[in-house]
Write a protein that binds this ligand. Structure first.
Ligand code: ZN
Length: 314
């Protein structure tokens, strides 16, 4: 495993750093999928803004994935950001903060973003500390001359659940159940990258369901506005996405990741503790992981994933 932690500071402007971070993370994940590298199997990426500084923490499981990541990072900073992407991401940050975009001067925002693009990346290992001014932190700054967010409210954005499951009739053993969990989470996390291409959503986290034999996994999405057609669209997009994954290197990569898991957690797809609770109290060892690392079983499991999408009423 190779770990990289780099950062960019947007002097006294946590808000802009945050918008930059969302654009960047989405661009990088999309670029990596295009090159045949996927979340969970090949790379784990965590992007987060603290104060006025945007961090990109990455774990790679192959030098090729690292090369592709470094190239995507470089290309992003040369990218002529489209207005639509800037608007989508400004809204996405608003969903995260529970605030509507009240005012936006797109050209000025793009101009400011391009200044961030041309500023240098630095390594976390070289940092002593970085403390943002209390007024310019991502947690306190909600307006700049080119963007202004409204007041915080919990009721501005509808919330949808994407519920993934594999029926218990296909689960013969704890190894099947563990594989269902691994495959389901990897598919769900990668599908989210594709969802963000077409829809303005914010990922509000996930949850495993407690069922004895079947496996269920939910992700929660805040959506920019109520849209009844989104349920239907996402279902269709999921079916297309599964076809895309089956034809891509995803299964091979996941198989390799499962082999690494079998070698004393050379990679952690699901930790012992999480898996123990998903399986209702069952520990899986190296030989179990190796049994999961079977191309036919992986492909079959992908096809068995069902998706249900619904809005949550509070
Ligand atoms: Zn964010």
């Amino acid at each position: 495993m190779i770990i990289s932690s780099s950062y960019k500071t947007v002097e006294n402007n946590g808000l802009l750093a945050h918008i930059y971070e969302h654009l960047l993370a989405q661009y990088v994940m999309k670029a990596l999928q295009g090159r045949g590298f996927f979340i969970s199997s090949d790379i784990i990426l965590t992007a987060k803004t603290y104060g006025d500084t945007c961090f990109m923490d990455v774990e790679f499981y192959s030098p090729e994935a690292q090369d592709a990541y470094n190239e995507a990072l470089r290309l992003f900073d040369k990218w002529d950001i489209p207005r639509s992407a800037a608007l989508r991401v400004a809204t996405e940050c608003g969903i995260e903060m529970n605030r509507l975009v009240a005012e936006l001067a797109q050209d000025e925002l793009l101009h400011e973003l391009s200044a961030v693009q041309s500023s240098p990346w630095r390594q976390q290992s070289d940092m002593t500390y970085r403390k943002a001014d209390s007024k310019s932190s991502v947690n306190t700054l909600f307006h700049a001359p080119y963007i202004k967010y409204g007041l915080e409210s919990k009721n501005l954005f509808p919330e949808y659940v994407l519920e993934y499951s594999v029926d218990e009739k296909y689960i013969q053993s704890p190894v099947d159940q563990a594989l269902a969990a691994v495959v389901m989470q990897a598919v769900a996390l990668n599908f989210l990258v594709m969802i963000r291409k077409k829809h303005t959503v914010y990922d509000r986290g996930d949850q495993w369901s407690e069922a004895s034999k079947s496996v269920g996994y939910r992700t929660f999405l805040g959506v920019s506005k109520k849209d009844d057609s989104i349920v239907h669209q996402l279902k269709n997009e999921f079916m297309e996405y599964v076809q895309f994954l089956s034809a891509s290197p995803f299964c091979d990569n996941l198989q390799a990741a499962l082999v690494r898991c079998s070698q004393n957690y050379g990679q952690v797809l699901l930790g012992r503790d999480t898996l123990n609770s998903i399986l209702g109290g069952c520990v899986v060892g190296g030989r179990g992981w190796l049994e999961m690392a079977d191309d036919t079983r992986i492909r079959k499991m992908i096809d068995l994933i069902e998706i249900d999408i619904y809005e949550i009423d509070y």
